[in-house]
Design a protein around this ligand. Structure first.
Ligand SMILES: C[S@@+](CC[C@H](N)C(=O)[O-])C[C@H]1O[C@@H](n2cnc3c(N)ncnc32)[C@H](O)[C@@H]1O
Length: 244
């Protein structure tokens, strides 16, 4: 969790980010040396707009945005999906990484927050890649699975929504992602609470979702259909590469 450092520097906290690094100064160093100087103007603008929103704790951090953008380019992703959009920071990082004919099926139960970021996405010239669906993601996945032609059709999926459904998403996404494609689950270290003793003081929502995150991490580690890599970026992100 963010805290004030020796210089009274609270910027880390202001961006609503919960770094897992031990030192806020080190995290700030990463942002200032490697992330902010290379952050596209549109992402900076959206980050600053989002920082003023009351739920800014939910946004993807700038370093994770940079990571996703690089990853998508490395795997030459073209057809992608995002579950959990909020104001669209990770969505914009994705849209900027895809080729001009790339696609993102973006789902969120809340359109209002997506519309906060939409003008920035439009100005960046990438809105044509996005197909936004308002509503819960699970029924959309179920509907897609009914049509064979959607099977194995996605190169990349970013899951950053209701943690109690991650296991349900996983079952479906494995049918929809191609062999060699990647599913990235966000918040898999859940503010570090995955190693906290069960009786440790925790915010209510952290406690509530903690068991689901623990269960997901175990299930992913044991799933022979994927290779995994858990990274301490942002709040922890686990990459799952489908191998069968
Ligand atoms: C952590 S935020 C997403 C952050 C976003 N990726 C970003 O870069 O700012 C989680 C989002 O999941 C959405 N959400 C919650 N339950 C959902 C569901 N069942 N289906 C789709 N979206 C859902 C919430 O409305 C919220 O906007």
């Amino acid at each position: 969790m963010a805290s004030e450092n020796q210089n009274g520097d609270r910027r880390h906290q202001e961006v609503g980010h919960k770094s897992l690094l031990q030192s806020d100064a080190l995290y700030q160093y990463i942002l200032e040396t490697s992330v902010y100087p290379r952050e596209p103007e549109a992402m900076k603008e959206l980050r600053e707009i989002t920082a003023k929103h009351p739920w800014n704790l939910m946004t993807t951090s700038a370093d994770e945005g940079q990571f996703l953008n690089m990853l998508l380019k490395l795997i030459n992703a073209k057809n992608t999906m995002e579950i959990g959009v909020y104001t669209g920071y990770s969505l914009l990082a994705t849209a900027l990484a895809l080729p001009d004919d790339g696609k993102i099926l973006a789902m969120d139960i809340n359109r209002e927050n997506y519309e906060i970021g939409l003008p920035v996405i439009q100005k960046a010239g990438v809105a044509h890649k996005i197909d936004f669906h308002e509503g819960p993601a699970l029924p959309v996945l179920d509907q897609m699975i009914e049509d064979e032609k959607n099977h194995g059709s996605f190169d990349f999926v970013f899951v950053d929504a209701d943690k109690d459904n991650y296991i349900n998403y996983h079952k479906r996404l494995l049918e929809l992602v191609r062999v060699g494609g990647v599913i990235a689950y966000d918040n898999t270290l859940w503010s570090g609470s995955v190693v906290a003793p069960p009786d440790a003081p925790m915010r209510k929502y952290i406690r509530y979702y903690r068991d689901f995150v623990l269960e997901l991490n175990k299930a992913l580690a044991a799933d022979p259909r994927i290779e995994i890599c858990q990274l301490p970026v942002g709040d922890g992100v686990t990459l799952c590469r489908r191998i069968k």
